[in-house]
Write a protein that binds this ligand. Structure first.
Ligand SMILES: Cc1cc2nc3c(=O)[nH]c(=O)nc-3n(C[C@H](O)[C@H](O)[C@H](O)COP(=O)(O)O)c2cc1C
Length: 183
């Protein structure tokens, strides 16, 4: 191998492709928000904690600060275009689920809805939030999980069936064994 130096600001580009989630939240008025995130990872099994990082200005972050709740929705390949729409900049209070023609489902233990078209829903309550550079790390405790019956096989994600959306960066995703660009 022949190595070259990269700008350190691009180091995260090498930690890819990353699983992409759609986070649903509500504000104090109960207005629904949805947006995709790929800076995400599990951080504890017991208790079950999952982290993701959001820019301070995102409505997702503001809603979580206000209500301390969110749902992590795990999309499959069939909703890539809809996921992309939820990532567009809309004014506060706009429901991206309506914009993307995604179906809200009532969650069991938290106010934000889950997304019917996603293969799994993780209902979360904030454990802690900490600033990390230009993002805020949000760690949530998973209170409840629903998953499509075929999402797991022998206790593991049935990736061949689910075809998770893996974000490489920008419009580029790995789906199955190929690169897909959102148009
Ligand atoms: C695939 C994908 C992954 C993204 N990952 C992140 C992320 O990890 N952190 C972040 O702050 N923004 C991320 N974004 C950008 C936000 O989703 C986008 O700015 C969105 O409009 C924020 O919506 P909100 O203001 O309604 O929360 C991502 C966008 C896409 C399309």
């Amino acid at each position: 191998m022949e190595f070259t130096d990269l700008d350190v600001e691009n180091a995260y580009r090498l930690l890819a492709p990353r699983p992409t989630i759609i986070v649903t939240t509500v504000n104090l008025k109960g207005q629904v928000n949805a947006a995709p995130f790929s800076f995400t990872m599990p951080v504890s099994m017991v208790p079950p904690l999952i982290a993701f990082a959001s820019v301070l200005s995102h409505h997702t972050y503001k809603n979580i600060e206000e209500t301390q709740q969110f749902v992590i929705n795990i999309p499959g390949e069939n909703i890539l275009e809809k996921l992309w729409i939820t990532g567009e900049k809309f004014p506060p209070g706009v429901n991206e689920l309506e914009k993307a023609d995604l179906t809200p489902l009532s969650s069991d233990l938290v106010k934000p809805p889950s997304i019917a078209e996603c293969i799994a829903h993780l209902e979360c309550e904030v454990k802690w939030i900490k600033k990390a550079g230009d993002h805020q790390i949000i760690v949530g405790e998973v209170l409840k999980v629903h998953a499509d019956k075929n999402a797991l096989k022998d206790g593991l994600l049935n990736a061949e069936h689910v075809k998770p959306l893996l974000h490489v960066g920008g419009v580029n995703f790995i789906v199955g064994d190929h690169l897909k660009k959102v148009e």
